[in-house]
Ligand binder design. Structure first.
Ligand code: 2BA
Length: 108
């Protein structure tokens, strides 16, 4: 068994969860925050049998879009110690995925 940890954008989470549950995958949704943009994202925990991992990845791929976000959190240093807000464009997503081996899965 594998545990798929998928970090996705909030905008994609609802359709992705619907698609996963429609295909009989169990999923747990956690509210999370990205360390770089410091804005909300969604982390999904999906436990699946090994032979279903590719099916889950396909569903994630179908639901998660790459988006360009602009952050003004960064600044550039100017001579004289002045800081000027510097808009930075980053491409976020579609999804960041970790796949872990599950030693034991217990349901009581
Ligand atoms: P954030 O940390 O808010 O990052 C948002 C986007 O900012 C990233 O998109 C990436 O394009 C950019 N970014 C992140 N760290 C950066 C840095 N040090 N310098 C320049 N640009 C940077 P994604 O790579 O698609 O990541 C989306 C979200 O997935 C991240 O939100 C974070 O919550 C999570 N994530 C990504 N890689 C991770 C990792 N190795 N471990 C844990 N979480 C990760």
């Amino acid at each position: 068994m594998k545990l798929i940890i998928a970090i996705v954008q909030d905008q994609d989470a609802s359709s992705l969860i619907d698609d996963l549950t429609d295909n009989e995958f169990s999923v747990t949704k956690l509210a999370s925050t990205g360390g770089f943009l410091k804005s909300g994202n969604t982390t999904l925990l999906i436990g699946v049998e090994d032979d279903k991992v590719e099916d889950v990845l396909k569903i994630i791929e179908n639901n998660c879009k790459t988006r360009t976000m602009t952050t003004s959190l960064l600044s550039v240093t100017m001579p004289g110690d002045a800081y000027i807000p510097y808009p930075l464009e980053v491409r976020v997503g579609g999804a960041t995925i970790f796949i872990l081996d599950v030693e034991k899965h217990i349901r009581l």
